[in-house]
Design a protein around this ligand. Structure first.
Ligand SMILES: Cc1ncc(COP(=O)(O)O)c(C=O)c1O
Length: 449
């Protein structure tokens, strides 16, 4: 074993990893990365088909983003963001306000996706206190949601595998059934359904609305739940309910933001305006950590008062609005028009759909779903009954292992194998990726059935 890997395994605890698995499958030592390819120390390359955990947008090592970072590094690296400010943050705030719905005029920076959501929740919670509605202490969210890994956002999340052990630490929140169309708990069909799941959310708001601060939701794709692409009418319905019952709408666009669904933000597909939008991951094209929570002047003004009125928002992180992250974000946003990114996303989606169609008949492919650069296959033990593979079967791990052997990073979410492609991927590369993926999936089918 390479000596660096030995040292890694001696000292490092990797995220979302059963470290014992590393005995058989040690981490890969990365030497360089360019575009969609990551190269290891032996000269092998791997297609970064999941955008390095959904954050890389324009490809690794992009000269335009790199130049912006280098330029800023020669000026200054980081300064405190209370009592001081800087042009990178000011420019970025302005850009974010320009590309999000008009009502969102205020930007609060943080440094990751969990904090971007946590900030929105705390702001909403304190908003109601600041306007003398202290009884609003609860949030409504979806039972399979994922909003990050801090205790606060875990309280409004529901991926049991990640969360169930921590339940005693969570604050109470109301959970509505997720629009998981393939396994619709109401037995309805996606295209013709009467949105029974939305009615359940309405029941919660009808009964509890006066005690609720906000509805928190991932728009259009519930990513960590297994890339659950849900109907636009559901999202529109949730926005309508938030308005009807007078509660805030918090849209967590940490994963869906920055082009992933085919528009800059998923909310654009349905033309809704939330009270908060949470951004991170792709904001810097995945080059540096940054989070941003945007909100309205109405929310902001509930905090704006004389100091002794105690309405200040006491929240902040050391690396708030890191200037190098901010310039990376500014450059990444510019690239969308410079590189005609939205036309490219359309092409990626077309090719993705052709691939998914091709493999949908394999015996273990229960469902396929796609939106923008995201495409997923839910693997099942029995196609007719939709019986899932048991956890201990570790089918996902098999796919991951086989993917690596074939130069692909197919890191699954349970039994869901997915693509979350960076926009830089070229048509020839996509053909190659799908050829390799087809080989992996066909071999899996042969092994399993
Ligand atoms: C929708 C969503 N919200 C929040 C987060 C948390 O982001 P981070 O891992 O940067 O804390 C994630 C991460 O996957 C996410 O998918």
């Amino acid at each position: 074993m390479n000596s660096f890997i030995q040292k890694d395994l001696k000292h490092i605890w990797h995220p979302y990893t059963q470290m014992k698995d590393c005995e058989k499958l040690p981490p890969i030592l990365v030497e360089k990365a360019k575009g969609i390819k990551i190269y290891d120390n032996n000269g092998n390359f791997y297609y970064d088909t999941i955008s390095s955990w959904w954050c890389n947008v324009h490809g690794h090592n992009h000269p335009f983003i790199k130049a912006a970072i280098k330029k800023q590094l020669d000026r200054f690296e980081h300064v405190l963001f209370a009592g001081f400010t800087h042009k990178p943050a000011i420019d970025l705030a302005q850009k974010l306000v320009e590309i999000t719905p008009q009502k969102l005029q205020r930007v609060f920076f943080s440094d990751n996706g969990s904090t971007a959501v946590e900030v929105a929740m705390k702001m909403s919670f304190q908003y109601w206190k600041n306007i003398n509605k202290p009884e609003r202490n609860y949030f409504v969210s979806l039972d399979k949601a994922y909003h990050g890994d801090t205790i606060g956002v875990m309280s409004v999340s529901g991926v049991d595998l990640f969360n169930s052990k921590f339940k005693p630490l969570f604050f109470k929140s109301f959970k509505a059934p997720s629009p998981y169309c393939y396994r619709c708990p109401f037995g309805e069909d996606k295209d013709s359904c009467a949105l029974e799941c939305l009615k359940k959310m309405e029941n919660i708001l009808k009964a509890q609305g006066k005690r609720v601060c906000a509805v928190v939701i991932e728009p259009l794709v519930m990513c960590a739940a297994g890339m659950l692409v849900y109907p636009e009418k559901y999202l529109k319905g949730v926005a309508g309910l938030a308005q009807k019952y007078g509660v805030h709408l918090i849209l967590d666009e940490v994963a869906t933001g920055f082009g992933r669904t085919g528009k800059m933000f998923a909310l654009e597909h349905v033309g809704i305006t939330p009270d908060f939008i949470c951004l991170s991951k792709g904001i810097t094209s995945g080059y540096l950590p940054l989070g941003a929570t945007l909100t309205t002047d109405k929310v902001f003004s509930a905090f704006y008062d004389d100091y002794d009125k105690l309405k200040t928002f006491y929240h902040g992180h050391t690396f708030t609005a890191n200037p190098i992250s901010c310039v990376a974000a500014g450059a990444s946003i510019e690239l969308f028009s410079k590189e005609d990114s939205f036309a490219k996303i359309k092409d990626i989606n077309n090719q993705l759909n052709l691939f998914l169609d091709k493999i949908r008949d394999l015996p273990m492919v229960g469902d396929i779903r796609s939106k923008g650069v995201i495409g997923a296959m839910e693997l099942v033990a029995d196609k007719k009954t939709k019986e899932p593979f048991g956890l201990n079967k570790r089918v996902g791990m098999e796919v991951y292992r086989a993917g690596l052997k074939n130069g692909l990073i197919l890191r699954p979410l349970g039994n869901v194998v997915y693509f979350f492609l960076p926009i830089c991927v070229r048509s020839g590369e996509l053909n190659d990726i799908f050829k390799r993926a087809e080989k992996v999936m066909k071999k899996l089918a042969d092994d399993l059935f």
